[in-house]
Design a protein around this ligand. Sequence first.
Ligand SMILES: [Zn+2]
Length: 215
Amino acid sequence: MRMLSVAILLLFTTSTVAADTYTIYGIIKYPNNTAVQYEEIEVQCEPHAYDCAKFSGEGGMSDFGGGYRIELPVEDQDEGISILLVVKGETFEHQISLQNQNQGESDYSTMLNITLDQEPPISPLSTGLLCGTLFFILVFANVLVKTGRQLMTPEGRQRFQGRSPMPITTCPICDGKIRRHLLVRHLIVEHGIPPDKAGAMAGLQFSDERQDLDT
Ligand SMILES: [Zn+2]
C-alpha cells in the first residue's frame, strides 16, 4: 500500500514537473517533389534570441519518405518564440504557437511541411549506373579498337575467324614464302625433287627455323 502511494506520488509529481511536448512534424521535399531522405533537421536560433536558446540543438532526422518529427519540451510562456529549422544548410523560421494547435491532453503538435530551394543531388544509385555504363562503353570500345587493329593484318583476320595463322616458311631453293604444309609439295612439283628427299629437306628446314626461334 505504501509502495503504491509512493508510485502514485511519483507519477503525479513527474507529470506536473515535466514540460508539455510541442511536436513539429511534416515532410521535407525538394522542389521537384522528391523526398529529402535521411537528412538531419536541427533547431537553431537567431543571434541573441535567448528565449529560443533552450531549444537549440534539438532536432530529428527525416525518414525514407522525407517525414520528420521534432519534439520540444515547452511551457506556457514559450508561446510565440521564434525558432529556426535548418535542413541541409537551408533555414526555415517557425513560431511556436500553443494556442491554435490540436491540444490533446497536455501535448501540442503542429504540422510543417518543408520544401527546400536546392535541387536534389544525383542519387548514388544513378551514379553507380552511370559509372557502370561508362565502364562497359570503354571496355567495348577497347575491344572494338583491338579487333579493328587485328583485322588490318591477314594474320589477325584469320585469328578473328577462329583459325590460327598458318606458319610460313621459306623455300630453301627459290627463297619463296610458302605455307609450311605446302613446302614438300612445292619442292616436288616446282623443283622436281624426289618425294623422300623433299620430305627430308622440309624437315631440315623446319628444324632450322625452330633453332632460329630458340636463339
Ligand atoms: Zn622453291
